[in-house]
Structures are given as structure tokens and as C-alpha cells.
Design a protein. Structure first.
Length: 176
């Protein structure tokens, strides 16, 4: 009977340890995928001018510009370990371009792209609009913006942000 009790205690202790370590491990390296989708036709926004500006928390004033890949996806890795962060401290007011940024986890982040958000509100929109998002909500459920530019639709996956956008018109470019 004593051997059975030891086995149960060991199993219980092991289970508690695993349950305590797994959440911490999952937060140590989480990746958020930000996908830019042309709201008019559902195709990914790609090319040399396709990128996402990201601000994680309030620590940095400068944007982190993340280029999209051939599928229109920009990836942002979040970590709790400061030694894994690969974004240098910037002394100027300009943004920094990083293909695979690793930043310190924060409760919220903001994004914008050099396109018009398709969910923008009529004539009062600004194509410079920042989208404020909860990190936990995105990691748990994902997020997809509204699409008023066309019929393309998507169900986001946990850890994924889908922004329906369209290129600026000639007149919108002239107003910049």
C-alpha cells in the first residue's frame, strides 16, 4: 500500500509541475502573425512596399516595420526573456525595419499598414489609423478586421491578425 501511495504522490507532483511549467513555456515564445489581405479580391498584399508598423506596449515610441512575406504575413515574436529581444534601443524618432523581430511581451500592441483599412468608417477614415489590440485576445482567439471593400472573409486562428486593406487611390496618395 505504501508503494501505491508513493506512486500516486509522484504522479500528482509531476502533473502539478507540468501544469505550472506549460503556461510559462507557452508565453516564453509566442508568435503573432499579421496578415494583410486585399479586401477587394482576398489576395495577400505582397511586394517591396508591403509591411506592417507595430508598437508593442508603450516602451518604444518608434514603430517596428515588419515586411510581409510572399503570403502577405508579417511575424512578430513575443518573449518574457529580455535576452531574446533583438530590437535595438533607438535614440532617434525613426522606425526600424526588422524581418523577424523578437520583442518583450506586453498586454497590448498597435499596428498600421501603408494601406486603407477596409473596415474604416466612410469619409471620416484616416488611412493612418492605428489598430489597438489585446495581446491575450489575439493569442487566444485571433482577430479579423471588418471588410467593407469586397466579399472576402476569413476566420482568424489563435495568434493571427487579419487586416482587410486596399491600396490608396491616386487622390489619397496626393493628399499625403
Amino acid at each position: 500500500m505504501l508503494i501505491g501511495h508513493r506512486q500516486v504522490s509522484f504522479c500528482f507532483g509531476f502533473l502539478v509541475t507540468v501544469l505550472l511549467i506549460l503556461p510559462a513555456m507557452s508565453l516564453s515564445a509566442q508568435t503573432i502573425e499579421i496578415k494583410l489581405v486585399d479586401g477587394r479580391n482576398g489576395r495577400p498584399m505582397v511586394g517591396t512596399s508591403s509591411y506592417v508598423n507595430v508598437w508593442v506596449g508603450g516602451e518604444r515610441k518608434e514603430a517596428i516595420a515588419i515586411p510581409t512575406d510572399e503570403k502577405g504575413v508579417a511575424r512578430l515574436q513575443l518573449t518574457l526573456n529580455p535576452s531574446e529581444v533583438n530590437i535595438p534601443n533607438s535614440k532617434n524618432n525613426g522606425s526600424i525595419v526588422v524581418d523577424h523581430p523578437v520583442v518583450k511581451y506586453d498586454e497590448s500592441f498597435r499596428i498600421n499598414a501603408p494601406y486603407v483599412l477596409c473596415g474604416s468608417g466612410g469619409r471620416s477614415y484616416s488611412w493612418l489609423e492605428l489598430k489597438n489590440l489585446s495581446t491575450k485576445e489575439v493569442l487566444d482567439h485571433g482577430y479579423a478586421s471588418a471588410n467593407t471593400c469586397g466579399k472576402a472573409a476569413v476566420s482568424p486562428q489563435p495568434g493571427q491578425v487579419v487586416l482587410f486593406v486596399r491600396p490608396l487611390t491616386f487622390w489619397e496618395k496626393m493628399k499625403q
